[in-house]
Design a protein around this ligand. Structure first.
Ligand code: PHE
Ligand code: ZN
Length: 882
């Protein structure tokens, strides 16, 4: 039997990068589209690098080659070889034209990469997904991002079955053909890498809006979706227009084609895709209406629409030289998207949301066997590197640079970056170089952040000398160790800080050796392993507020007393740091409960929140966040023998203490007051009320399950929109309430034809805590609406269970692990990307308590011994086992 290591696929290394020996100047694609079979003729105008003499080699996977000609002559079988996903052709020279004809089988493509069918054979439509290496599933091509070509695409198909024909670029003619067929052509004037190619063909409806860019270009915006959901695209259209204006105003970037197409599909592996001129979206991130979307989902739609649009500059006009530079476009675009969302909504709430995500998704990734640098040095399957590290940590790195340069400096740097790299395939060095040069600063030390895995730790110690009225703050950084490696050189770490007096006011900062001013906040960039800052003229012992706004993606260790954290929680004016103080205090309170020997922090936390709960001054949404302790995944990060069920129980206890401190009366009163304003409006105060109402209901449930379930049942029944409805349903389901069954049945019927709403029905049940979850998941797999072929559905049931429900998945009998490996084997044969993503649920198994660890090890080892795993899944399993 072949073991995992024998099947281990070759590693691609950054250090092996070579410029392409052959480039493509223009490419003309001619498609003859059909559901079962599509044919395509590709004509490539080739350019050879005179400095290299490598033969012409083109990527091509699972292609059925029908014919091949070079410079107009049919090639004999001896003049080319197609093996191991490479087509090698003899006799090509600079300026040669290669023409290949291939046949594709879209309906049989379950991996959803290349050309595939979305929906049913009868009514579905055809579309493509090419990032990262999907184009080689469509035609023979040097499928790498540093080969940029001008595309002209002609689509031909039956008019009745495929009335809408779309490709990237500007429309360049359309017309009738014989036999009820028609054609359409699109020409893209901007050279682009193959991963940005896209086409869509089928029965789709559209929303249209005229837009004029700041530099005067009229653009037609068109959002396409299937007829039954087109009315749910209005919010996305507004978000698109806001994104376009924002990029003009904030970065001076204008759109650059005459049309901008956006298409929604239910069958998509990822969130959305920035294909040039033809963005394709997972419907989950495009459709929104009050009856089927929560407030959070509205925010996601706005953010993802913006993200894909922003890629037009950060990704498309300036693309990546190779996939190791992925964060050059993704980290930067996430940062742009986050800044946009902060401008459109509340900046501190956005920051809290983003940091919470970083801690929940990226920190665990960076602390376990799947850890990798933002710019990895090697990979075997690039699809496995669309990770929280490349995206979220990558964005944090850009944020540090932006903070370092300041608003104007960053804009100057970005102007330089876009100008100098327009039309190029760039590297992270190009990025840091442009930002630095435009500001006469050397930013290259920040490259170290891109090259090392692990979350650095920052230790802070304060010492107050009352006689000299001096406060000394010592900051020490510590990179997570890699066994057998040299200690790493220190990283530049920007620390934004302030000092608070014990009465909660901010102190002016007199930092020794720095220009004084009447500053109350400043950024100190730590460049050494350890550094001391001396503040003079400090009247009494201060409480430092550090890393304000989360100024660097590190883990801060500071020996605050509970009273000091409570002071920051009560008074910090930086909304993020106020929340952060509460999170730290809650973590201490959790440890109080866990270790059972003190309750200082617990009391301090509950008391501070009780004071805030009654204060009028605080925003409802921020209050809701303050009342929420760190999640189970985050709490587990601090432990070494993890028992997820125990953690769940303790976290519930922690919240019960808080609820008791707030008191049932106060909670009921608050709930009633909030319930008095029930609307579906999306303005900030309405959203904030819904968020707090949910939190209050959850806390009430811990005090008075029966009473809270009555409220929840009524809230479910009367909810005017999805936010309130789903919140109520979750309380019923998680509380194993009697009323849960009726509500679930009602929801199932009400949304029988609404795929996205049904996904939430699966998720909410897959996330019921504890042992019963697994039985429920098994039962739900038998629901007529469950299918392993739809990534959203798999994510909503299995993903929610294995990655979003630690106390349900990590059963001590190992049944959760065995279920996962069985499903992985089935899923892998259908869609390797979906399987690989699900398999990351095993990350961190080495830190489970012994029984679960052994059960997990057995399951993973069994999967690793399975023959014929995809490269995607094999790489994840291989890494996880290490
Ligand atoms: N590039 C897409 C984005 O972040 C993500 C994606 C990657 C989509 C690979 C599909 C395939 O915007
Ligand atoms: Zn992106």
């Amino acid at each position: 039997m072949q073991t995992l290591s024998e099947q281990a696929p070759a590693l691609i290394r950054l250090s092996d990068y070579r410029a392409p020996a052959w480039r493509v100047e223009t490419v003309a694609l001619d498609f003859d589209l059909g559901i079962d079979a599509s044919e395509l003729c590709a004509r490539l105008l080739l350019r050879r690098d005179p400095a290299q003499d490598a033969p012409l080699r083109l990527d091509g996977e699972d292609l059925q080659l029908l014919s091949i000609s070079l410079d107009g002559l049919q090639l004999p079988a001896t003049a080319y070889r197609y093996a191991d996903n490479v087509l090698e052709v003899d006799g090509a020279h600079d300026g040669s034209v290669l023409e290949t004809r291939v046949r594709l089988r879209p309906a049989a493509n379950t991996a959803l990469e290349g050309l595939y069918l979305s929906g049913s054979r009868e009514s579905g439509f055809l579309l493509t997904q090419c990032e990262a290496e999907g184009f080689r599933h469509i035609t023979f091509f040097p499928d790498r991002p540093d080969v940029q070509a001008r595309y002209s695409v002609t689509l031909r198909a039956d008019r009745e079955r495929f009335p809408v024909l779309l490709a990237g670029g500007n429309p360049d003619g359309a017309g009738e053909l014989e036999g009820g067929r028609h054609w359409a052509r699109f020409v893209d004037p901007h050279p682009k890498p193959s991963y940005l190619f896209a086409l869509v063909a089928g029965r789709l409806e559209k929303l249209e809006r005229d837009y004029v860019t700041a530099d005067g270009r009229p653009v037609q915006l068109k959002i396409w979706a299937e007829a039954d959901v087109i009315d749910r695209c209005h919010y996305a259209m507004d978000a698109l227009e806001r994104s376009m204006r924002w990029d003009e105003q904030t970065y001076g970037r204008n759109y650059d084609l005459d049309v901008f197409h956006v298409v929604a599909t239910n069958d998509f592996n990822m969130g959305a895709m920035e294909n040039k001129g033809l963005n394709i979206f997972n419907a989950k991130y495009l459709l929104a209406d009050p009856d089927s979307s929560t407030d959070e989902e509205y925010r996601h739609v706005e953010a993802v629409v913006a993200h894909e649009y922003f890629h037009n500059w950060s990704g498309n006009r300036v693309t990546c030289r190779d996939w190791f530079q992925l964060s050059l476009k993704e980290g930067l675009t996430v940062f742009r998207e986050q800044s946009f969302s902060a401008d459109m909504n509340s900046a501190p709430l956005k920051r809290i949301e983003d940091v919470a995500l970083l801690r929940r998704a990226q920190f665990p990734e960076d602390a376990g066997p799947l850890a990798h640098p933002v710019r990895p040095a090697q990979y075997s399957e690039i699809n496995n590197f669309y990770t929280a590290t490349v995206y979220e940590k990558g964005s944090e790195l850009v944020r540090m640079l932006a903070g370092r340069l300041g608003r104007d400096g960053f804009r100057r740097g970005m102007d330089r970056y876009f100008e100098r790299n327009d039309g190029r395939a760039a590297t992270l060095e190009d990025f840091l170089g442009a930002l630095g040069e435009a500001n006469d600063t050397d930013l290259m030390p920040y490259l170290a952040w891109y090259g090392q895995a692990g979350t650095p730790r920052l230790k802070a110690r304060g010492h107050y000398d009352p006689a000299r009225r001096e406060y000394t703050l010592t900051l020490a950084q510590h990179a997570p160790g890699v066994a057998g490696k040299e200690p790493r050189p220190p990283l530049p770490i920007p620390v934004k800080l302030a000092l608070f007096a014990r009465d909660g006011t901010m102190l002016p900062l007199h930092l020794q050796g720095a220009a004084s001013g009447n500053l109350h906040e400043r950024v100190v960039v730590l460049t050494r392993t350890e550094q001391s800052l001396v503040f003079t003229d400090v009247a009494s012992e201060p409480v430092p507020s550090l890393l304000r706004g989360f100024s660097a993606p590190v883990i801060l260790e500071c020996d605050y007393t509970p009273a000091e954290l409570a002071l920051l929680l009560g008074h910090d004016v930086d909304g993020f740091n106020r929340w952060e103080a509460g999170q730290q205090l809650a973590t201490r309170a959790y440890e109080d409960l866990r270790d059972g020997d003190a309750t200082h922090a617990l009391h301090a936390w509950c008391d501070a929140l009780a004071r805030l709960f009654d204060s009028e001054a605080i925003d409802d949404a921020l209050l809701a966040d303050l009342l929420t302790p760190p999640g189970e995944i985050e709490l587990a990060e601090r432990e070494t023998a993890i028992d997820p069920q125990h953690i769940h129980g303790l976290r519930q206890d922690l919240q019960r203490h808080l609820a008791e401190r707030l008191g049932a009366d106060a909670l009921y009163r608050r709930y009633q007051a909030l319930a008095g304003h029930t609307t579906i409006e999306l303005d900030a105060p309405s959203q904030a009320r819904r968020r707090l109402k949910r939190r209050v209901l959850e806390l009430l449930h811990l005090l008075d399950a029966e009473g809270a379930c009555l409220l929840a049942a009524a809230q479910y029944r009367d909810a005017p929109g999805m936010t309130d409805r789903l919140a109520a349903l979750a309380v019923l389901v998680r509380g194993h309430a009697d009323a849960a069954a009726g509500a679930l049945l009602d929801y199932r019927q009400r949304y029988a034809d609404n795929t996205l709403a049904l996904d939430k029905w699966f998720s909410v049940q897959a996330q019921m805590p504890g042992e019963p979850a697994l039985e429920r998941v098994l039962a739900l797999e038998k629901d007529a609406a469950f299918t392993p072929k739809n990534p959203n559905r798999v994510q909503s049931l299995l993903g929610a269970f294995v990655r979003g429900n630690p106390s349900g998945f990590h059963r001590v009998d190992g049944a959760g692990y065995r279920l996962l490996i069985e499903r992985l084997i089935t899923l892998d044969s259908l869609n390797p990307q979906v399987a690989a993503r699900l398999a990351t649920a095993f990350n961190g198994w080495q830190r489970l308590e012994p029984k679960r660890r052994e059960a997990a090890r057995l399951a993973i080892a069994e999967l690793a011994g399975h023959v014929g795993l995809s490269r995607n899944l094999a790489e994840i399993i291989g890494n996880v086992l290490n």
